[in-house]
Design a protein around this ligand. Structure first.
Ligand code: S2G
Ligand code: ZN
Length: 454
């Protein structure tokens, strides 16, 4: 059946060799079988449309693939699907200075977009550890967040226009990069976060902002979780924060060992916060720090004195994910409203200690956004299957705590395959009914990324 693909693609733009299938058939998750039937590399929107039409005619199933940095199995092909890689649709098509817009194909690497924007004198603010390999299309499909959401918001905030090939092969031009457009449903927001289940994102008009003034970084040490949130609100009353991240002592131990980094403070602490702000706000930030010390919320702190020192402090946070990878972590990516955070943290801490007494639990994340990355580390003497099974079994209890506070079981990593069975902890039955109806409208034959999200 997939022979008909050869009418549309010829080598090297179609691959079927085992090595290629293993590379393009998955993302960063390692807990699902990888078994695509082929990988194709379209170069134009018309080729994507022809492929989707063919898939509808011949019952092919298509898995969109970008930078393959996903963490929920959203880009894994396990049942003979055809992987559609955007590696060759990676051109920046236009820069409109007056609109402060860059138009690019979906396969543009996030870092390439950031660098291009800076060269034009502007700033694309969405940033995270995998920006060097993730692609814009995947960032949009998962509404990627990262480390500067507290100041700049999620990917969703920066997409002024979107070209999408739906699951029936129609090309939609959503919003055309307009600032204002009051003409009914805004389809951008249907496809942003849809995880490739409604259609292929093929092009985007990306909004830019001013390049921020030089930033400074502060790392603070805490003994108690809940003091972190008191410090957050105190700093926010005095300083516009560009970032407010946190990580535990265990995370710090893993990242300093893995990357051979210096510890940030003379004394240890239970938890650390990493703050970033405009250098012109350093005086206010220092005043806020001194108040936090007086209140006993903070034990110690350091303020970066150079860009190099700021970068090495950032490594302590951005290097965590990579440092934990060798421990095959069972990842949770939870969010609740900030006002719910203190009690939620207590709930989760109590549950984790009760349920995982023999597992190392690593806390870190974008606490300024109410987003907690909870990584359970696999003990050496436990098999990966046994470990994942035990973690998966406890997930309902964890997600019940999330539901009780109207939180999200997936703050920024998406649902994919990993969280699909738990979606009802964050979405109502009415939500799910409408999501399925929308899927039927846009992808009636189930061509698009089957088995993901819904
Ligand atoms: C982070 C990166 C992915 C992970 O570090 O903020 O979103 O490993 C994560 O959790
Ligand atoms: Zn994150």
């Amino acid at each position: 059946m997939s022979e008909s693909l050869d009418k549309l693609f010829s080598p090297p733009r179609i691959k079927r060799d085992a090595a290629a299938l293993a590379i393009w058939g998955c993302d960063w998750t390692r807990s699902f079988p990888v078994a695509p039937s082929a990988v194709v590399f379209p170069e134009t929107i018309e080729e994507v449309q022809a492929l989707v039409v063919l898939a509808n005619e011949e019952g092919l199933q298509l898995v969109p693939s970008g930078g393959r940095t996903g963490l929920s199995g959203g880009a894994v092909a396990s049942h003979g699907e055809v992987v559609v890689s955007f590696d060759r649709m990676n051109r920046i098509l236009d820069f409109a200075s007056a609109d402060r817009l860059i138009t690019c194909q979906a396969g543009v690497v996030t870092q390439t977009l950031q660098d291009f924007a800076t060269r034009q004198g502007y700033f694309y603010p969405v940033d995270f550890a995998s920006a060097g390999s993730s692609q814009l299309g995947g960032n949009i499909a998962t509404n990627a967040g990262g480390i500067r959401v507290i100041r700049y918001g999620m990917t969703r905030n920066w997409i002024a226009g979107l070209r999408v090939v739906t699951g029936t092969g129609e090309l939609l031009d959503c919003n055309q990069g307009l600032v204002k457009n009051a003409t009914g449903y805004d389809f951008r927001h249907l496809f942003i976060g849809s995880e490739g289940t409604l259609g292929f994102i093929v092009e985007a008009d990306v909004r830019l902002t001013r390049i921020p003034e030089p930033q400074q970084v502060m790392v603070l040490g805490f003994e108690k979780f809940r003091d972190i949130l008191k410090v957050l609100s105190h700093f926010q009353s005095l300083v516009e924060l560009s970032a407010f991240e946190f990580f535990s002592e265990l995370a710090l131990q893993k990242v300093t060992a893995h990357r051979e980094l210096q510890r940030p403070l003379a004394d240890g602490a239970q938890f650390y916060a990493l703050l970033e702000f405009d250098a012109s706000a350093a005086e206010n930030a220092t005043a806020a720090f001194e108040h936090a010390v007086t209140e006993g919320w903070v034990s110690d702190g350091v303020l970066s004195q150079s860009d190099a020192q700021a970068a090495s402090l950032w490594q302590l946070r951005e290097g965590i994910s990579e440092s934990l990878a060798p421990f095959s972590p069972y990842k949770n990516d939870l969010s609740v409203r900030i006002s719910e955070m203190p009690e939620f943290l207590d709930d989760v801490d109590g549950m984790v200690r009760a349920c995982y007494p023999d597992f190392e639990v690593c806390w870190y994340g974008h606490i300024g956004d109410g987003n907690l990355h909870l990584n359970i580390l696999k003990p050496e003497d436990v098999s990966i299957d046994e470990f994942y099974h035990r973690c998966h079994e406890i997930s309902p209890q964890l997600f019940e705590l999330v539901r009780a506070r109207r939180g999200s079981i997936s703050a920024e990593h998406g649902v994919g395959l990993l969280k699909k069975e738990f979606l009802q902890y964050s979405r109502s039955s009415a939500d799910l009914k409408i999501m399925r109806a929308l899927k039927m409208v846009l992808d009636p034959n189930g061509v698009m990324n089957p088995g993901k999200l819904l």
